[in-house]
Design a protein around this ligand. Structure first.
Ligand code: SF4
Ligand code: FES
Length: 231
């Protein structure tokens, strides 16, 4: 089938403004959007910049706006988005070139919530035990691959880049509700700040955008409730 790609391109070192570039390729309906982008880059225009690594929905590096929705290019089949496909970089992060955005503000917000296990007890001889029920408490938020699709689909984040964003809250949730962790109070204090969890207006864009099916809005609500519970 013939497929028309419209790609938002911008080289800040050269272009005064972003612009749309059009590419027409022959593709199989079961090709992924990433395959189409590869074809364009490898055979039509080597100057196109995009980021990807695993090509199997695991690394989270190829999140982009596909036909107006944040998706992983490696997880979207061409037959599911049609013959005319628009591709844009994620919103709310500075464009480095074409589809490559600067992820550093996103990772700075992720690091700010201390996304690692904190336990001051002496390490046990074997593992830190946990019941299946305790493990289930944060199962959903362990699935995050840090693709930024949630945070960059959030209108609050677009308007206020100081907002810590859904992905950071998801990763705080993963440790706040881990029975082995001892720093929930510190994380909740961080998330109680003006840039924290109460900036969320429950728009649900984040949940729609998540390629891992994480109930992002629910995780945010659970963190809000944990904060309200300690007042
Ligand atoms: S919560 Fe989902 S959308 Fe957000 S960064 Fe993690 S995997 Fe991506
Ligand atoms: S390239 Fe790794 S998730 Fe798509």
């Amino acid at each position: 089938m013939k497929v028309h790609f419209r790609i938002r391109r911008f080289n800040p070192e050269r272009d005064p403004h972003p612009y749309w570039a059009d590419y027409h390729i022959e593709a199989d309906p079961f090709d992924r959007v990433l395959d189409g982008l590869h074809h364009i880059k490898w055979y039509l225009d080597g100057s196109l910049a995009l980021r990807r690594s695993c090509a199997h929905g695991i690394c989270g590096s190829d999140a982009m706006l596909i036909n107006g929705r944040n998706r992983l290019a490696c997880k979207v089949l061409i037959r599911d988005v049609g013959r005319r496909i628009t591709v844009e970089p994620l919103r709310g992060l500075p464009v480095i070139k074409d589809l490559v955005v600067d992820m550093e503000p996103f990772f700075a917000q992720y690091r700010a919530v201390m996304p690692y296990l904190i336990n001051h007890d002496p390490p046990p001889a074997r593992e830190r035990r946990q019941s299946p029920e305790e493990r289930a408490r944060f199962e959903d938020t362990t699935k995050c691959i840090l693709c930024a699709a949630c945070t960059t689909s959030c209108p609050i984040y677009w308007a206020d880049g100081e907002y810590v964003g859904p992905a950071a809250i998801v990763n705080a949730h993963r440790f706040i509700f881990d029975s082995r962790d001892q720093a929930a109070a510190e994380r909740l204090t961080i998330l109680a700040q003006r840039s924290g969890v109460f900036r969320c207006r429950t728009v649900f864009n984040c949940t729609d955008a998540c390629p891992r099916g994480i109930q992002v809005t629910r995780a945010i609500q659970e963190v809000k409730r944990a904060l309200l519970g300690r007042l």
